[in-house]
Write a protein that binds this ligand. Structure first.
Ligand code: PLP
Length: 431
């Protein structure tokens, strides 16, 4: 019997979301979620990598309540006394030179604003900047520009008359799917060189920016070879192209560093963020250097809800929780444990083709067999659904829809993690 909430949704909401699992969440407690029948689920996906400090963390709830009691919204026609504190904090927790922040309401808007700034930067430097570069397999959102930047045809199909033009895609640094048997570093070099070649074929000044995810999230937790992102930075500089790193999914300690680009000591020209920073409230944004920020002039960019004081108060509390509890280190430590255990399972089950990730951003790529590496997308969906029946929420993604995504709250207990991994192992045995 479907829940009345689901029936209402089917009757009154635009049915445009990806296929949803038939549960209605009505409560939560840290890394546990509760449905309308009182069943409890362990959250292994954090609402798509959002609840990094768990759902309703008491410090975050307190900060939100305090702010709601004071005031909730003023718009950007005035200043407020919360968002400047968050901007100051962002300058401290991001790599050197990133000093000035713009706050939006979502990841898509963060990316859109970052690209708008890059384009303005091109134009004031007398460059056309009408082209953008992105990567095949990437995900940057679903509005016109960000859908265009998203390097997966499955999202763009049937929207040809809607997606933003002038975007060129470099190859994905998807080492598991390399067909030439290169070692990882040579593969990273090859991908970077291909991108360099594509950029060289464009007229000077035509490209305003390259946008990359430091680890592909939706595309299947693709971790690039260690030389890849530093090489891309060098290539961008040689072509006078801005490097935008999209940390919407990887930021706020998710990968074992506050921001993922720190793994390779790369400071982007512009960095986007969203999801985890808000602790469950909508917020996104980008941060850049004084020099690039100065390309925007008064009136160039704006949004009614951007810099919303409640979202900013929540974000300040989230960052505080992350810092006080050393959640970056915790994410790295727990992530290593999970990867070790999944690698053990992969010895036993040829369905697991690859286990990869950093911190608690982990992908399990399922294949029909480890020689052909044919994507086992049906099995991935089956496992995701079986995990749900056993009380675990897990993500599914990947260019072929065959990558299970393990992105739990960074506050999850080791015992809960092990319990989930035991159950996952049992389900693999049953399959
Ligand atoms: N960029 C990346 C890397 C993402 O993973 C996402 C969402 O999954 C977005 C942008 C879009 O963010 P939002 O859904 O908040 O608009």
């Amino acid at each position: 019997m479907p829940s009345k909430h689901i029936e209402l949704d089917y009757q009154y909401s635009v049915q445009c979301f990806p296929k949803r699992q038939d549960i209605v969440i009505t409560g939560s407690n840290g890394s546990k979620l509760i449905d309308d029948s009182g069943n409890e689920y362990l959250d292994l996906f954090s609402g798509i990598s959002v609840n990094n400090v768990g759902n309703n963390h008491p410090d975050v709830v307190k900060a939100i309540k305090n702010q709601v009691d004071r005031y909730m919204h003023v718009s950007n026609y005035y200043f407020n006394d919360v968002s400047p504190k968050l901007a100051e904090k962002m300058a401290h927790i991001t790599p050197n030179n990133l000093t000035r922040t713009y706050f939006s309401n979502s990841g898509t808007e963060a990316v859109d604003g970052a690209v708008k700034l890059a384009k303005k930067h091109s134009s004031i430097n007398n460059k056309s900047g009408h082209l953008l570069f992105s990567l095949e397999g990437s995900f940057h959102g679903r509005l016109s520009l960000t859908l265009g930047l998203t390097g997966q045809k499955k999202y763009r199909k049937l929207f040809d008359n809607y997606v933003y033009p002038g975007i060129i895609y470099g190859p994905a640094p998807y080492f598991y799917r390399d067909t030439e048997n290169l070692d990882e570093i040579d593969f990273g070099k090859k991908c970077a060189e291909n991108l360099d070649k594509l950029m060289s074929e464009c007229n000077e000044g035509d490209i305003s920016a390259l946008i990359i995810e430091p680890i592909f999230g939706e595309g299947g937790i693709i971790v690039p070879p260690d030389n890849y992102i530093p090489l891309l930075q060098r290539i961008c500089r040689s072509h006078d192209v801005l490097l935008i790193i999209d940390e919407v999914q990887t930021g706020i300690a998710r990968t074992g560093k506050m921001f993922c680009c720190e793994h390779w000591n790369v400071t982007p020209d512009i960095m986007t963020f969203a999801k985890g920073i808000g602790g469950g409230l909508p917020i996104g944004g980008f941060i850049t250097s004084d020099e690039i920020a100065s390309s925007f002039e008064e009136g160039d960019h704006f949004s009614t809800f951007g810099s919303n004081p409640v979202s900013c108060a929540s974000s300040l509390a989230v960052i505080d929780v992350v810092e006080k509890n050393n959640l970056s280190e915790r994410s790295e430590k727990l992530g290593n444990h999970v990867i070790r255990r999944l690698n053990e399972l992969s010895q036993k089950h040829s369905l697991i083709g690859d286990v990869r990730g950093k911190g608690l951003m982990i992908g399990i790529e399922l294949v029909t067999d480890t020689v052909s590496k044919n994507p086992a997308s049906q099995e991935a969906l089956l496992l995701k659904n079986k995990m749900l029946s056993n009380g675990f929420l897990i993500g599914l993604g990947g260019i072929f829809g065959n990558v299970l995504r393990f992105q739990p709250p960074l506050t999850i207990s080791m015992a809960d993690l092990d319990f989930a991994l035991d159950s996952f192992g049992n389900l693999l045995d049953d399959l």
